[in-house]
Structures are given as C-alpha cells and as structure tokens.
Design a binder for this molecule. Structure first.
Ligand SMILES: Cc1ncc(COP(=O)(O)O)c(C=O)c1O
Length: 217
C-alpha cells in the first residue's frame, strides 16, 4: 500500500508549532496538523526538485494551473480561466491581501463568530473595521449551529464592504445548505457586499457543497 496512516512518526526532532507549544506530556490536538506521511508522490516530486542544486526565484508551473482548472471543472463544474488564478503562499495571507485589494481603508469587514481565529485579525491588521455577527447556537446538544440573519443584518453598517465567509465552517463543522446560501446571497446583494469565501475544507465534504452560482461569465 502506498499510503501509511498507521506508523507513528515522532516530529519533535524538527521545530513544529503543534508539538512545541505545550509540555511534552500534553497531547497537542489544538491544530489541524497531521502526523502521518505526506503522499509519496509529493515526497518524490520534492526530492527530485531538491536534487537540483539551484534554488533561485521559482514560479508556479503551468501544470499547476492545469491541475487547478481540471479539479474545478471535474468537482465543481467551473471553467476557471487561467488568468483568474493568483497563486499565494496560503489562505490566511490571501484573506489579508483580499481585504487590502478589494476594500477601502476604514471599510467594515464582517464575519460570523465563532470563526477560525485568523479571520478575527484581518480587519485590524489591514486598517479596516472588524464587524462580528454571532452564529445561532445549536438548539440541542450536538445539533447544528445556524446562521443568524438578524445578527448579521445588525452587524452590517453602511461602511461594510466585505464578508469573510467560511465553508465548510471552522470551527462548527457546518456545511451550509442551499437555502441558507440563497438567503445569504440575497442579503449580500442587498448590501452590495463582496464575499471572500475560504473553502479550504471543501474537498472533505461527503455530500457536495451547495453551489448556488456558476463561475461568472
Ligand atoms: C478555515 C481555514 N482556513 C485556512 C486555514 C489555514 O490556511 P493556510 O495555512 O493556507 O493559511 C485553516 C487551517 O486550519 C482553516 O481551518
């Protein structure tokens, strides 16, 4: 079998955010950072690249664009044009860059809480105004968190320009339904907001994520 999820791997020999944060007798389950091997194909490709001794300024290969376009077509039915792709070092930097690029200084940036913590810093770190709308708590233990449209409306002001959205939602695990997304789309259009949707976990969803619009023409 190519994939090995069973052999325990000690990561303490290299600095790691996960394993260096707490005392040695604490099992650090605070971060989504796995302790099994990377896929062999990834390790092979990296080893091949590292074997070439010059590490100058690189750029994403065109096959990376191809992979993203093929994946989007196969999984989401989206024809993503190559010139719509901007490669960035990570999702969190992308949230900050989007805030800077797409809103004006002092603009309101709204998000729902609880939320993956870096979302909460985007507005302050980019000179925008942080606006928070709490989600509605589950009606019974273990039930789903829900979108609270009243709270969202109350958090939005004339200054609001951007909604930072997360789907599937970290930390509640919610996969938003089509009805919720349609109602959200109506609210967004009414307030003329832009949406940055962090869909980092989309490929883990068993039932496909609701798609309420095609790739824009
Ligand atoms: C919702 C969400 N977005 C972004 C990230 C991190 O993304 P990146 O490492 O690409 O900045 C995480 C990591 O757990 C996450 O849960």
């Amino acid at each position: 079998m190519e994939f090995d999820f069973l052999t325990p791997i000690d990561r303490r020999q290299y600095p790691s955010q996960k394993w260096d944060r707490y005392a040695a007798d604490v099992l650090p389950l605070w971060i989504a950072d796995m302790d099994f091997s990377a896929p062999p194909a990834v390790t092979r490709a990296l080893a091949e690249r590292v074997a070439h001794p010059v590490y100058g300024y690189a750029k994403p290969s065109s096959s990376l664009d191809d992979s993203l376009c093929d994946w989007s077509r196969e999984h989401y039915g989206w024809e993503v044009p190559r010139d719509a792709i901007v490669w960035l070092p990570g999702v969190v930097p992308a949230l900050h860059i989007a805030s800077l690029a797409l809103t004006s200084p002092g603009a309101g940036v709204v998000t729902t809480t609880p939320i993956y913590p870096p979302f909460l810093q985007v507005a302050n770190k980019t000179g925008r105004l942080a606006q928070m709308a709490p989600l509605a708590e589950p009606l019974e233990p273990g039930g789903p968190w829900r979108l609270d449209f009243e709270a969202l409306e109350a958090a939005i002001t004339p200054e609001t320009q951007l909604l930072l959205w997360c789907h599937p939602h970290n930390p509640t695990g919610r996969v938003w339904g089509e009805e919720e997304l349609l109602a959200l789309a109506e609210l967004i259009e009414r307030h003329d907001l832009l949406v940055i949707s962090d869909e980092l976990h989309a490929d883990l969803v068993v039932d496909p994520t609701a798609r309420i619009s095609p790739w824009p023409a």
